[in-house]
Write a protein that binds this ligand. Sequence first.
Ligand SMILES: [Zn+2]
Length: 348
Amino acid sequence: MALLAMWVSVNCKKMELKNMEESNNEKRKKAIGAGRPSQRRTVGQTTPCEVCGATQWDEDEKRGETFCGNCGHVSEVNAIDPGAEWTNYTDGADRSRVGAPPRESLADKGLNTTISRGDISGAGARIHGIKGSEARSWRRRVLIDERSKNRSSRTRNLTRAMQFIRDRANLPPSLVEEACRLYRYAANENIVTGRSIRGVSAACAYIAAREAHLPRSIEEIAESFDMTDELAMKELTRTIRLLSRCLGAHHITGPGEYLDKFHSDLNLPAPVLGEANKLWSRVGDSMEWQGKKPAGVAAAMLYMAAKNCDYSQTQSQVCKVAGVSEVTLRGLMRILEKLLALLDGEAN
Ligand SMILES: [Zn+2]
């Protein structure tokens, strides 16, 4: 009898616990509705399916696709969900996250709260009603706040590297982010240990640009990162090789990818770029370019294109931008002329 009573009480306890758990879950659910409040709508699907003519649209929320419920035709992919981001891991019931998107190019991804110096001095302080003595204590708080954030050596390392990449890489914003992402990866894989922050961040900038088909020459990167002396250059090329191997980033730069860059560096008008691209599409498949420096080949295309469009450049101007010697350029021009003559001969 006593045993039964105990069993009952234990079971009751279990039930109680379960009920409590359920009510907690219920609370969490109730406060935010049933899961993440998606705001995705079947926007733009006002016409019947172009395959079968049905108007029965359905959507796959996980994949962001709108598809025909009748025949399965996918009419919209990568739909943007303007609903709240659902990644707040605090204990509260509300899991939505607001604020700017994380930025790879800041050591803390831009997610920390910082006290702006503008808010505690001058006009900013007056707006917030901060007086002289208070301002001093606020300044101390700012200092403590900043120091506490950069305590670990890893954070300090990241802060310096991100600064290097932002200031010196001379890349468009999306590529700065990509270079910083590569650096983080390198730091996680312990590639940074024992190498200079300057060298690794320069290598990241180089690889990010190369993989995005907007190549920068090693010399150019070396110059902007102050690594022009022989030893530093050696370190840079070695780090680039190592990083490419670790990242599996082995994109080989072709001459066509240099045309945009050199064209803008030479301040040439738009038609010249079109002409250069046309030249490259005509002769690009030839085996004659095997083993030739891509930057030099691109320079030859642009030089020829400029001449064809009556915007003549001197050879030395073109060579300076491409980083090749005039002898090289003349040699490549001879190959180009020969190929063009051959193609013209075939056409006639
Ligand atoms: Zn259909």
